[in-house]
Write a protein that binds this ligand. Structure first.
Ligand SMILES: *Cc1c(COP(=O)(O)O)cnc(C)c1O
Length: 388
């Protein structure tokens, strides 16, 4: 019996090494990693800039706590808010923690306790973030949950309007619901939200834990919409594999989080900040972001060509293949053929390659996916052939 709690449905693959998009298991078999550790390895495995940042900082200073000033955190915050309407950052260690900070900040700032969230959203596993999450399977068995959240169908303008009253302080959403099925927000819904927030003085929190840091082809996904969030939350891709989360907010929110109101011991420690700075220095350049968009268009076009019967959704390098049936068997077949994939909900294959993926790797992945989806799964002979 395992010494671990069985709270993850782990696949029987033991990965021991990674470089770029390729990972190797303990038998020496290679895979293309199109999960990126769930949108985390933005620069791929063992990127030289990250390896260098960790080595350099680990010999200097790992941790200080937030008792002392930190020009390094200031610099990282500047890189995150540069050319945005945000003024301040708070650093933590994960997406759920970034969302907790956002929920606390919004409640304290508005003095109102209701936050609207959406069906099929995912915001994390802590009590606040879990209560915000619009998926029964995440919440089941843990009640009573925080009463703060009012869950409304995603992209439903009428239902959203009906849910708004004087007690609502904030609306919290994802631009693309990553865990919930690669569901994109509609332009009409973003306009409705922008109007409601403006006319009622409601705060907007955008959870960019999965979509942020270049994943959708811009630094943040909200930049492709009319939305001007008061708060965004980040984690996953920000550390490129090292745990770090962040919350960005506007100058209006500055005084709400005075000394002693919120904090975390590890948040923004020198090691994490050095790594995240290396990640941003590489990703937040016009050339890098442009290349993501080029690769995304190529990937989309080739997928549509190879799989004309399937609907392809998403943006940048978070793409989804919507399948008429459960995708779990396809994911197992892809793994056997040397391609690691992750589902989004029961019927969507999610494609999350490192942002450094090459067109050659995209071609290899499409060949494997097409060979699996084109043939009814009954006819597939499970094999362990290494296609790479
Ligand atoms: C993964 C995810 C979270 C939770 O992040 P953790 O680091 O696992 O706490 C929150 N929101 C979104 C949109 C996510 O994809």
């Amino acid at each position: 019996m395992s010494t671990l709690f069985p709270n993850y449905a782990r696949r029987p693959v033991h990965l021991v090494e990674g470089k770029g998009t390729i990972v190797t298991d303990n038998n020496g078999k290679e895979y293309l990693d199109f999960t990126s550790g769930i949108a985390v390895l933005s620069l791929g495995h063992a990127h030289p800039a990250i390896v260098e940042a960790i080595q350099r900082q680990s010999e200097k200073l790992w941790h200080t706590s937030n008792l002392f000033e930190s020009p390094e955190q200031e610099k990282l915050a500047s890189s995150l808010i540069k050319e945005t309407h945000f003024a301040h950052a708070f650093f933590c260690n994960s997406g759920a923690e970034a969302n907790e900070a956002a929920i606390k900040l919004a409640r304290k700032h508005t003095g109102k306790h209701v936050i609207i969230t959406f069906e099929n959203s995912f915001h994390g596993r802590t009590f606040g973030a879990m209560s915000a999450t619009g998926q029964e399977k995440v919440r089941n068995g843990f009640g009573p949950l925080l009463e703060t959240f009012r869950t409304v169908p995603f992209n439903d303008i009428e239902k959203l309007g009906a849910a708004i009253d004087e007690s609502v302080g904030a609306i919290m959403l994802e631009i693309i619901q990553g865990e919930g099925g690669v569901n994109q927000i509609t332009p009409a819904f973003t306009r409705a939200i922008a109007d409601i927030c403006k006319s009622k003085g409601i705060l907007l929190i955008v959870d960019e834990v999965q979509t942020g840091i270049g994943r959708t082809g811009t630094r943040y996904a909200f930049e492709q919409t009319v939305l001007q969030p008061d708060i965004i939350t980040l984690a996953k891709g920000l550390g490129g594999g090292f745990p770090i989360g962040a919350m960005l907010g506007t100058s209006e929110l500055h005084d709400t989080f005075g000394p002693g109101t919120h904090g975390t011991t590890f948040g923004g420690n020198p090691l994490a900040v050095a790594v995240a700075q290396a990640v941003l220095d590489n990703i937040f350049t016009n050339e890098f972001l442009f290349a993501i968009n080029e690769k995304s268009s190529y990937f989309m076009d080739k997928l549509k060509e190879a799989l004309p019967a399937y609907k392809i959704v998403g943006s940048g390098l978070i793409l989804g293949i919507i399948c008429p049936d459960e995708v779990a068997p396809y994911i197992t077949q892809a793994e056997q053929a040397g391609l690691l994939l992750v589902a989004a909900g029961p019927n969507v294959i999610r494609l999350l390659p490192p942002l450094t993926v090459t067109t050659q790797e995209i071609n290899q992945a499409i060949n494997i996916i097409a060979s699996i989806l084109r043939v009814p799964s009954m006819l597939q002979v499970p094999g362990t052939r290494n296609i790479i």
